[in-house]
Design a protein around this ligand. Structure first.
Ligand code: UT7
Length: 323
């Protein structure tokens, strides 16, 4: 008998306020055409004043629990990926735990920036495979609007706020590639590349800071590394590119998404794309796309899904799973 971590439910939450590209034209030397042509982004959501990452995460968690037909009392752990926790500590995960009325189990944050949800899935999978938890809420939640320099046209037009969540549950598999659940994980980081994407604040600085990005440099790494890590995860699972039903990529830039799919020889109609509506929501982008992909009838039980992401660190990775 092989234990697998199977997705039992998925859900998401987006703040009410939608910011169209045109809004930036009023304050910055930019155009909607530039933003669309360079990134594919048309709009994004921004959290309301007083609406924080743990609020977004709690709403997504409740949506995922409802989809799974479960309550907060059925969950053993919360693993929450974020780089924009409400406070330096406690973790946003423990805040979500309290907000959804979960009084048992344990909760912690994972910080791997835009790759955070992939790292959180890997952590939750390991907890389930080692028998430490049977059901885990894995959440990606971000309020990147709070760490943007609204005068930096090269970054502030790219990011948005949101949250997505899945309920992972231990299930019995046969130990072969037909099993539902997480089949393989591939993770990487290279701390030498920290200056290409970082926030210039934190406890060593006395301020929370704003996001700084060398866009071209990150773009180059993304194009190189994402197809490699997705292929590596598939290889570890004993599968190939032709087996993939859906790529659910980190939603940073449509050009990166296209080029990753092309390198894997996978047509764009087998890729879930939400970047036009959400912008880059960092660790929230993959669970948001999973939730939208399921709700729109694209992702179906038994299908092979590959998620891949890269972000600050740099940190990158992929998960191959059967839905
Ligand atoms: O989620 C974490 C991972 N992050 C990413 O994957 C992001 C990776 N990078 C990218 O997506 C792209 O590099 C960007 C979308 C950020 C930028 O696209 P690009 O094609 O690399 O443009 P660029 O940075 O080379 O800028 C081209 C020009 C520059 O002007 P000059 O120097 O050629 O005169 C920029 O100043 O576009 C200018 N520019 C803008 N123009 C109008 C930069 N931002 C804007 C803007 N509106 N908002």
């Amino acid at each position: 008998m092989t234990v697998r971590a199977v997705v039992r439910g998925v859900g998401h939450y987006l703040p009410e306020r939608i910011v169209e590209n045109a809004e930036f034209e009023a304050t910055l030397d930019t155009t909607s055409d530039w933003i669309v042509s360079r990134s594919g982004i048309e709009r994004r959501h921004f959290a309301a004043p007083g609406e924080n990452t743990s609020d977004l995460g709690a709403s997504a968690a409740l949506a995922a629990l409802a989809d799974a037909g479960l309550g907060a009392g059925d969950i053993d752990a919360i693993v929450l990926a974020t780089s924009t926790a409400d406070l330096t500590f406690p973790s946003a995960a423990t805040m979500v735990q309290a907000k959804i009325g979960m009084t048992q189990g344990f909760a912690f944050d994972v910080q791997a920036v835009c790759a955070g949800f992939v790292f959180a899935l890997a952590n939750a999978n390991a907890l389930i495979l080692s028998g430490q938890a049977r059901r885990i809420l894995v959440i990606g939640a971000e309020t990147f609007s709070r760490i943007l320099d609204m005068n930096d046209r090269a970054t502030c037009v790219l990011f948005g706020d949101g949250a997505g969540a899945v309920v992972l549950e231990a299930a019995e598999g046969n130990g072969d590639t037909g099993d539902r659940g997480i089949l393989a994980v591939d993770l990487h980081s290279d701390g030498r590349l920290r200056d290409s994407l970082y926030v210039d604040g934190g406890v060593s600085t006395g301020k929370s800071g704003v996001l700084k990005m060398q866009g071209k440099e990150v773009f180059r790494h993304a194009v190189e590394k994402l197809a490699d890590t997705a292929s590596a995860a598939l290889g570890k699972a004993g599968l190939g590119h032709a087996d993939v039903d859906w790529i659910v990529p980190h939603q940073a830039n449509l050009r990166i998404i296209r080029s990753t799919a092309a390198r894997m020889d996978i047509p764009l109609d087998r890729v879930v794309v939400t970047v036009q509506d959400h912008g880059n929501t960092s660790a929230a982008s993959i669970p948001l796309a999973l939730s939208v992909g399921k709700a729109s009838g694209k992702i179906l039980p038994g299908q092979l899904v590959v998620t891949e992401a890269i972000g600050g660190g740099l940190a990158w990775g992929a998960v191959a799973l059967r839905w």
